[in-house]
Design a protein around this ligand. Structure first.
Ligand code: PLP
Length: 385
């Protein structure tokens, strides 16, 4: 049996209810939601509506209509970023932790539209995230976009205090909750978040193929995809009706039905139980790895509040080779390399070597972490002999 420690990429396994709901959707009501008036189409729509409501309540978005389903976090983030109207000289503040799903859309805006982008992190002078971000804001700043949790180091960024400090600034605030949705509480009202993006397939325990963008009522967003919306078919222009106008094409009904079950499992366990479990595994892992000479943990240590993501490198040993041996010889799945977040590696000076990342989920155990640490010790000794 494989030990799966790549939960930050996609959670696995899923609760059995997820696949059951997907099979039911395909076999029993596999019609097009929101397109036809018949019973099967209504049945598909009802499951989507229920999931939409569940998501709206969980993250406290103002309106259920502004829960937009997409393919993954990347499409949700592209919609959030590209959907705003940009002109030369507009300015964005982001963090050095941003995933390429934020960085590449921003870099494209920079190149094609002359938008200016600052990537920040706390430093000697600006000791907090709020200071680092607020100090960069100018009269041209249109968007602050922040990842809630680093997919490389497990560091948690204080999105609530950042949001509160941006209140009344007139700057749009978007949060990438890819590593935290289903792990940490997120309240768009209290945190003053205008747009929130996340995938269904990580902490929310849903299947791959569903992402979500939540948008507050005042945000004016141009749909990045236009096409069939199931209504106003005679009009040439995309209807400005939420959510359909931002969800052109047929939705992933089986995926959304599965996501509902994933979220129900998260609710059953409780966010704090999930967070404490994953955090305790990361602390156990760091403590075990630290006993081995020549191993360096990248990011917050065991004393800090952190997600269940641990990255490390071994002096003189190639991380990709270690990940390959873990996979082939020890049946342990981890991820090595740059994890689509090159700026994070620049700031930790790990761009040349990358890191080995182990990430933990609800079904992982301390025994599995012990097996990882024991395997790392053997591999290290073997490769350095
Ligand atoms: C912080 C962060 N943002 C965005 C993404 C992109 O998610 P998806 O692959 O669902 O588009 C990831 C995925 O690893 C991530 O960790």
């Amino acid at each position: 049996m494989m030990i799966y420690l790549d939960q930050a990429a996609s959670s696995f396994p899923k609760p059995t209810t997820v696949a059951d709901a997907m099979v039911k959707a395909v076999n029993e009501y596999g019609a097009n939601p929101g397109r036809s008036g018949h019973q099967l189409s209504k049945c598909a729509s009802a499951v989507i509506d229920k999931t939409r409501e569940k998501v709206q309540k969980m993250f406290r978005n103002q309106s259920v209509d502004r829960v937009v389903f997409s393919l993954n976090a990347t499409t949700a983030l592209n919609q959030a970023i590209d959907g705003l109207s940009w002109k030369r000289g507009d300015h964005v503040v982001a963090t050095t932790f941003e995933h390429n799903s934020v960085r590449r859309p921003l870099e494209r805006l920079k190149k094609e539209k002359g938008v200016l982008v600052d990537y920040v992190r706390p430093n000697e002078d600006e000791k907090t995230w709020e200071e680092a971000i607020l100090n960069k804001i100018t009269s041209n700043t249109k968007l602050v976009i922040v990842t809630h949790g680093s997919n490389v180091t497990g560091e948690i960024i204080p999105v609530e205090s950042i949001g509160v400090s941006l209140k009344n600034s007139g700057v749009m605030y978007c949060v990438d909750a890819s590593q935290t949705a289903g792990v940490l509480p997120i309240d768009m009202e209290a945190m003053n978040i205008d747009m929130l993006a996340f995938p269904g397939h990580k902490g929310l325990l849903g299947p791959q193929g569903v992402g979500v963008l939540l948008v507050k009522n005042h945000v004016n967003l141009r749909p990045i995809n236009v096409g069939g919306t199931g209504s106003h078919s005679e009009e040439l222009e995309q209807p400005k009706i939420w959510p359909a106008g931002w969800e052109s094409g047929t939705l992933n009904t089986p995926g959304i039905a599965g996501l509902l079950k994933g979220i129900q499992e998260v609710e059953k366990r409780g966010l704090s139980t999930i967070f404490e479990h994953e955090k305790s595994l990361s602390i156990h892992c760091i403590k075990g790895l630290k006993k081995l000479p020549g191993i360096h943990i990248v990011g917050p240590g065991e004393e800090e509040n952190r997600l269940g993501v641990v990255s490390f490198y071994i002096d003189g040993v190639d991380g990709l080779e270690v990940a390959m041996i873990l996979d082939e010889h020890y049946q342990i799945a981890v991820r090595a390399g740059l994890h689509c977040a090159p700026l994070t590696h620049e700031s930790y000076e790990t761009s040349d070597k990358g890191v080995i990342r182990a990430s933990f989920g609800i079904y992982n155990t301390k025994e599995e972490v012990d097996q990882l640490v024991a395997a790392i010790e053997e591999i290290k000794d073997g490769l350095l002999e």
